[in-house]
Design a protein around this ligand. Structure first.
Ligand code: ZN
Length: 267
C-alpha cells in the first residue's frame, strides 16, 4: 500500500518506518527497496484486503493524478461490515479501480457490487502486442449508422439505402430486420469519408487471447496503453448486433479532470 498511518496521519513510506494499516489497523513497516515500488507491508504475512494486488509504478502513476485524500480510500458497507480499499475514490463518490493483473469473474462481480458507482482502468501494457485497433466506425446516433448493416462480425457491410431489392422488400410492409435482400456488400474502407464525418473515436479492434472477463462487466472499462488516450471497451450498440464490440478513443486527461484529478500534478 502507498499509505499507512503514522501518529494518525496518512503517510507514504520512507525507509525504516513503522505504521498502522489504514484498513485493518495492524502494524505495518515500510518496504523501501530497489525492485518494487516503495510500499507498506504488514508485519504478519496475512493479507488484510483479499482484493489488493501488488502495486506497480503504473498504479502509483494513476494514484498520483489525484489528491492524497482520494487515494486508497476505505469503502465500508454499513449493512455487512465488509470493507475494502478503493484505489481512488473521488469527491463525488466515484471509485476508480486500477487493475494490472487478470481478475476472476467472481471477484469482478463482487467488486462491482460492493463499490456500485465505479469504473475500471486496466493496464493494456501487458497485452498491447495482441491488441490491434482497426477501422474507424461512425457514431451510433448518425444517419450513416442507421443505414449500415454489418456482416461477418463487422468486416463487411451493406447500406440499406444502396440496396434496391431491400427497399422494394420494405415497401411490402415487411419488418426492417430481415436482411436477406441485401445484395451489395462493401468494405468499410469504401465509405471512409462518410465515416470520418461521423467519427467520434469509435474503432473496431482485434484482441488476440482476449481477456473475456472484461466483456462481462456492468461498469465502464477503459484500457490504458500508456499514452495520452484511453480506449473505452463497449458494445457498438444496435439491437441486432449484440456481439459487435468496439473501443472508443477518449482523452485520458479529460477523464482524470472530470473526476477531480490532474495529470501533471506534482507528487
Ligand atoms: Zn491491513
Amino acid at each position: 500500500m502507498k499509505y499507512a498511518f503514522i501518529d494518525g496521519i496518512k503517510q507514504e513510506p520512507f525507509p525504516k518506518q513503522k505504521g498502522i494499516c489504514c484498513l485493518c489497523g495492524s502494524p505495518t513497516s515500510s518496504k523501501c527497496g530497489n525492485v518494487k515500488v516503495w510500499h507498506w507491508g504488514h508485519k504478519s504475512s496475512k493479507k488484510c484486503d483479499p482484493w489488493w494486488e501488488n502495486e506497480t509504478a503504473w498504479h502509483r502513476l494513476w494514484k498520483s493524478y489525484f489528491n492524497k485524500d482520494n487515494q486508497e480510500v476505505i469503502h465500508f458497507d454499513e449493512n455487512t461490515g465488509e470493507k475494502h480499499i478503493a484505489d481512488i475514490k473521488t469527491n463525488n463518490g466515484m471509485v476508480i479501480e486500477i487493475q494490472n493483473s487478470p481478475i476472476s469473474e467472481d471477484e469482478l462481480r463482487a467488486r462491482e457490487k460492493f463499490y456500485g458507482k465505479m469504473i475500471w482502468i486496466i493496464n493494456g501494457e501487458n497485452f498491447k502486442n495482441n491488441f490491434h485497433i482497426l477501422e474507424k466506425l461512425p457514431r451510433s446516433n448518425s444517419k450513416l449508422f442507421e443505414d449500415i448493416v454489418f456482416e461477418q462480425g463487422g468486416i463487411t457491410y451493406h447500406l440499406k439505402s444502396d440496396n434496391f431489392e431491400y427497399q422494394e422488400y420494405l415497401k411490402l410492409g415487411k419488418p426492417d430486420q430481415d436482411y436477406h435482400y441485401m445484395i451489395e456488400a462493401h468494405f468499410l474502407t469504401d465509405i471512409r469519408e462518410e465515416i470520418e464525418n461521423n467519427y467520434i473515436g469509435h474503432h473496431q479492434f482485434d484482441w488476440k487471447h482476449k481477456r473475456t472477463v472484461w466483456f462481462n462487466t456492468k461498469k465502464p472499462v477503459f484500457i490504458d496503453f500508456g499514452d495520452n488516450y484511453l480506449w473505452w471497451l463497449k458494445k457498438y450498440y444496435k439491437e441486432e448486433y449484440r456481439d459487435l464490440w468496439c473501443v472508443q478513443k477518449i482523452s485520458k486527461d479529460e477523464l482524470i479532470v472530470k473526476n477531480g484529478g490532474e495529470i501533471n500534478k506534482t507528487i
